[in-house]
Design a protein around this ligand. Structure first.
Ligand code: MLT
Length: 274
């Protein structure tokens, strides 16, 4: 008989905070904003929105101002004229034909967000699912963004349980692809669960919902072949099939490429935690 490769959590005495994964837009859009008041949310859009946001902030962008819709992004630009407009629809940079005449400055490829383009600039960003998931978390007491690039830094921060993250449930919100769950976001959420529970006290510190167990098992099955695993994902296959976008996939899956904790401030802007 073979032994199970994953150490299983021991039953918890008392009440450790719940660690839960929401896999699809159906789940996160059904959340009542009031139910989030005591919850810390971590939003994953591995391919590519949260990876791209992390890249922009690593290259000196001062903050990311997320917008759910294109019209909302354009309205924010009126009040923040120095900001860059970024984002995608159908994976491609938003062009004048969708906005009534305004070409966005940047799309949603992390490789576009170079220091030359973004240092010292705020970025207004709207993407199909990434900023949609962020919007769904608006009622949470704390919101972070995550991708493979900042997993270890974020796990360290969340395990230390300081500030607004000091108590309460932790929900990992997978942005998904269109109306569906996405394999790459489940991998990313599972990787964060894995890092949290394999820390010295992790098994006792968190009460894993079945959803967190599922995500962790998926990650552990694929952790040594993440780029190959991306080909199992609908959005991964779409990106890999386009020569100009295929190079985004390994960038988005590079572990600890941008090791910083990013949280939503009171003004709704995503900024690195000092
Ligand atoms: C999204 O927000 O839906 C994604 O980031 C799509 C993409 O790969 O551009």
């Amino acid at each position: 008989m073979t032994s199970h490769p994953v150490p299983l959590p021991t039953p918890l005495p008392g009440s450790a905070p719940t660690l839960r994964v929401l896999f699809s837009p159906d789940e996160y859009e059904a959340i009542d904003a009031g139910a989030l008041a005591g919850v810390t949310c971590v939003v994953f859009d591995v391919l590519r929105a949260t990876s791209t946001m992390l890249e922009a902030l690593a290259n000196g962008a001062t903050g990311i101002r997320p917008a759910r819709e294109i019209a909302e992004a354009l309205a924010l630009k009126v009040n923040h004229p120095g900001a860059l407009l970024a984002g995608e629809r159908d994976g491609l940079r938003i062009r004048a034909d969708r906005t009534g005449g305004v070409d966005f400055d940047l799309g949603n490829s992390p490789r576009e967000f170079t220091r030359e383009r973004v240092a010292g600039r705020e970025i207004i960003m709207t993407t199909t699912n990434g900023t949609r998931a962020l919007e769904a978390c608006r009622g949470a007491k704390a919101v972070h963004i995550a991708s493979f690039g900042n997993l270890s830094a974020l796990a360290g921060h969340l395990a230390s349980r300081t500030g607004a993250d000091a108590s309460g449930p932790l929900w990992l919100v997978c942005a998904g692809t269109l109306e569906n769950a996405s394999f790459e976001d489940a991998l990313g959420a599972g990787a964060l669960v894995d890092r949290l529970v394999t820390r010295q006290d992790g098994m006792r510190a968190w009460s894993l919902d079945d959803s967190a167990q599922i995500a962790r098992e998926v990650y552990r099955a694929h952790r040594h072949r993440l780029v190959e695993a991306a080909a199992l994902a609908r959005n991964g296959r779409r990106l890999l099939a386009q020569p100009e976008l295929a190079g985004d996939v390994p960038v988005c899956l590079e572990e600890d490429r941008n090791p910083r904790v990013v949280r939503r401030d009171a003004d709704g802007v995503l900024r690195p935690v000092a």
